[in-house]
Design a protein around this ligand. Structure first.
Ligand code: ATP
Ligand code: LTN
Length: 327
């Protein structure tokens, strides 16, 4: 039996290299050997204010990006969370098995609450419970995500264990899967913060749809460490981050890259890193532009995904409802 995997991304703007290296790269690598479900988590996106037209566009752009990056809709199930009503149904049920204290401890909640002070919603608070529902419905063995999502997957495991203890084996307890390198890509303008699309300036991240001149500019402006050695070591967090990006977009190991720039300083390293990123992005952007021009094709992929995901999710939901005594 193939391993089942499930992951998701919010349609909250163009993806960046951190999303690719921390999450989607693993999805791509796993698509042949596993039974994979990848979700566009649109109901998670509305936990903070969204413009309707932007959200609609972002959903379709994310679907196009999933395919452009190399996920094959014939091998994996690509679907939209709001298309499968079992997600919100199970989320309600799991809310009744989640404790206030454990949700209050979630660092993503604390960060986002601080950002949206005036309009912090209950949805933002129970966001991790909806994520637990997304996961548990599909009984996955693995959840491939970046490091920032580890706490949410641990919460998912705790909620599932609690339910299983009370009602008998219902949910598989999933393991989190992080990449060996690049589980936390840092911001280009501040290597102490993670690369994020909701950062205050665009200088910190490279979007997968940034044109070549923008990539070159952002890499050239990236913060570096003191000294001039190109080395991935603990006291060079900025260089370590740039080298992690370099190795992810080429077939070269960090050791090989370090060797290439011995005694060369940062200038040539940054220029060639930018060129490598541009080369890496070129085919992705070509495919993406082609797909964006064919919305009917994207719609067809999401329709097929909805069908397949609904069937799998409903089996778990029916089991849960039977155990609760509501069927
Ligand atoms: P936002 O900044 O809007 O919260 P984000 O850029 O952090 O978004 P998400 O959509 O929350 O990205 O994350 C999608 C996936 O990418 C998740 O699996 C997450 O762990 C991973 N990811 C996000 N940022 C990074 C990063 N800097 N390094 C590695 N993985 C990341
Ligand atoms: N919380 C995640 C997005 C997400 C997710 C999921 C990831 C929602 N549901 C299920 C993996 C599995 C994020 O912010 N990146």
């Amino acid at each position: 039996m193939k391993q089942r995997i499930l992951s998701g991304i919010q349609p909250s703007g163009a993806l960046h290299l951190g999303n690719y290296i921390g999450a989607i790269r693993q999805w791509k690598d796993l698509q042949d050997s596993s039974d994979a479900f990848f979700c566009i988590v649109d109901y998670h996106a509305i936990t903070v204010p969204q413009d309707p037209q932007d959200l609609y566009d972002n959903i379709h752009q994310l679907a196009a990006m999933y395919v452009a990056i190399g996920l094959d809709p014939n091998k994996v199930t690509l679907f939209k969370q709001s298309d499968v009503s079992a997600h919100t149904e199970l989320a309600w049920i799991l809310n009744c098995f989640s404790h206030m204290g454990e949700l209050e401890r979630m660092t993503q909640y604390k960060d986002k609450k601080a950002k949206h002070k005036q309009r912090s919603t209950v949805g933002l608070f129970t966001y991790p419970v909806l994520m637990a529902a997304d996961i548990l419905l599909y009984q996955p063995h693995l959840v491939p995500v970046g490091e920032d999502q580890k706490q949410h997957v641990e919460l998912t495991r705790n909620i599932a264990e609690r339910f299983n203890q009370r009602y008998g084996e219902t949910f598989r307890i999933p393991d989190v899967l992080h990449p060996k390198q690049g589980a936390r890509i840092m911001s280009l303008d501040d290597p102490t913060k993670k690369m994020s699309k909701s950062a205050t300036t665009e200088r910190g991240y490279i979007s997968l749809i940034d044109p070549p001149d923008v990539v070159m500019k952002k890499v050239k402006r990236a913060v570096t460490d003191s000294g001039d050695e190109v080395k991935a070591v603990a006291d060079k967090p900025a260089l370590t981050n740039l080298l992690t990006i370099y190795t992810a977009v080429t077939a070269k190991s960090i050791g090989e890259i370090e060797q290439l720039y011995v005694g060369q300083g940062y200038g040539r390293f940054k220029k060639e890193l930018a060129e490598a990123i541009i080369e890496f992005l070129r085919p992705i952007q070509e495919k993406y532009n082609e797909l964006i021009d064919h919305p009917a094709e994207l719609q067809k992929i999401l329709e097929a995904g909805k069908e397949k995901a609904s069937t799998v999710a409903q089996i778990t939901l029916d089991d849960v409802k039977t155990k609760l005594g509501v069927i």
